[in-house]
Ligand binder design. Sequence first.
Ligand SMILES: C[S@@+](CC[C@H](N)C(=O)[O-])C[C@H]1O[C@@H](n2cnc3c(N)ncnc32)[C@H](O)[C@@H]1O
Length: 270
Amino acid sequence: MARLVPVTDAADPRLTDYVRLRDVNLRKSLEAEHGLFVAEGEKVIRRAIGAGHPVRSLLMARRWAEPLADVLDGLDAPVYLADDDVLEATTGFQVHRGALASLERLPLPSVDTLLTTARRVIVCEDIVDHTNIGAIFRCAAALGVDAAVLAPRCADPLYRRAVKVSMGAVFALPYARMADWRNGLGALRERGFELLALTPAADATPIDEVKAAERRALLLGSEGDGLSSRWLHEADHRVRIPMDGAALARGVDSLNVVAAAAIACYALTR
Ligand SMILES: C[S@@+](CC[C@H](N)C(=O)[O-])C[C@H]1O[C@@H](n2cnc3c(N)ncnc32)[C@H](O)[C@@H]1O
């Protein structure tokens, strides 16, 4: 049974894993230093533990101890119980979902290992927004993608907001991070993957005309500039989801990357 430990002071050093959860820079360095990440909400915590991430601790309002009793029973980690005002003062926001867990990251596989058995993969270049990376993982996992490969600068799928938006899909979809952006697509090519670069460019091939190979990789670009010209040139095909003519005339020239990922994953995993 986990140890239930009441805490009353937001400055308690035992709560360090949970401080200022919205401060991206602080969180990046703190989580890298300790190899941890934070999961929020009952379902997501269950999925993170189910995926084998060792638990460092939990922090929650007292009312969450009961719904999570079966999880807590098997844990050998402290469970800090706090009032809402202490939770808010520690984390920097109102924790509506009431329960937080600090968990250990697991070592990621190499890109090569990941690609051994995968057939359909997404490759995210420099996705900046954690909400987007979480939602992309959720779409990909739901639509039959086998794995994700991330460029070195792509946002962290285990950042709290990404984990939350993915509803735990970041634990279901295996992923690896390229060590090197410049030659990163080479590993996919060596494994026989056809590289399909998703771009709204008017001269790209409409997605419903693409006859994709057995092993295919969908390349997704960043929210601002899209895919780098290097990756666009390296791809076997540039593929577009045709935009509505009237929308184009009104200046709506691309989809949000999550919407594009959902449509492309659906079309190219059939
Ligand atoms: C917001 S868009 C970037 C827009 C950028 N101006 C460009 O030209 O790529 C982010 C990513 O979503 C994907 N995307 C957005 N709209 C698309 C479309 N109509 N067809 C294919 N991919 C699209 C691409 O991978 C793109 O790199």
